[in-house]
Design a binder for this molecule. Sequence first.
Ligand code: HXC
Length: 262
Amino acid sequence: MNYECILVETVGAGARKTGLIRLNRPKALNALSDPLMDELGHALKAFDADEGIGCIVLTGSEKAFAAGADIPTLMQHDFMSAFNSQLISKNWEHILQVRKPVLGAVQGFCLGGGCELAMMCDVLYAADTAKFGQPEIKLGVIPGGGGTQRLPRWVGKSKAMDLLLTGRMMGAEEAERSGLVARVIPAAELMDEVLKAAETINGYAAPVVALMKQLTNQAFEVPLTQGVQIERGMFHAVFGTANQKEGMDAFLNKRAPNWPQP
Ligand code: HXC
């Protein structure tokens, strides 16, 4: 597939590399058009299937991660066309099928659908320039990519209501305080730091990384007791893998682990 709205590259020096995807519609602040979301889904799927890739980093530009869904396109829809064309449902959630960790690196505007896409990443790192918000209310609409559901889970009900009902933007420090982002990093260092985190993850045993991601995301889907039971079952299961033997043997023998190939 020839990409026109995203830039895709493979980075890193280790055995497993990082798949880097940059949203790239600079004139529209990376507004998430249909073609962009199709391309993003395709690139995510390709990196997920590539055994040479450990994890994926999703980012935008200095000015914007993404300023939302593409407003001129949305403007053309009525109810029937939105329903019949499966607006949003058809190409926004490929990211949720990815088994490898997806790290979001946010600079500048991260608004509306942009914030919703960011919240579908597994972990978010923000530059000190990042601004998050769900301004749909100012356009006379509501979020359609999970904003009313994921935002309260990330930042709590009161902060989510404040953001959703006022449409205001929240800076990086506030986003970190409220749990939306893992870390705030000076803009000039953001990509280096995120790629460093990615490289650390790439160095671990791939099936264990995938399991860790799956179980952690499951914390938002199942009741606590059930989640802990599933974790316990998986914890017992990892004792049947060569990764556990290698990791613990390496520790006890004071050497670096040499993870078996998946
Ligand atoms: C299409 C957009 C856009 C968007 C900005 N642009 N946001 N185009 N869709 N979501 C375009 C502008 O029209 C403009 O194009 C160019 O990007 C630069 O934007 P400016 O407004 O000139 O920049 P600035 O003054 O710096 O203001 C930045 C901004 C503002 C605060 C981010 O652009 C803004 O408020 N954008 C809309 C944000 C928003 O409402 N997002 C939610 C969308 S609805 P031209 O051609 O004029 O230079 C949504 C629903 C999701 O996301 C539901 C399903 C997932």
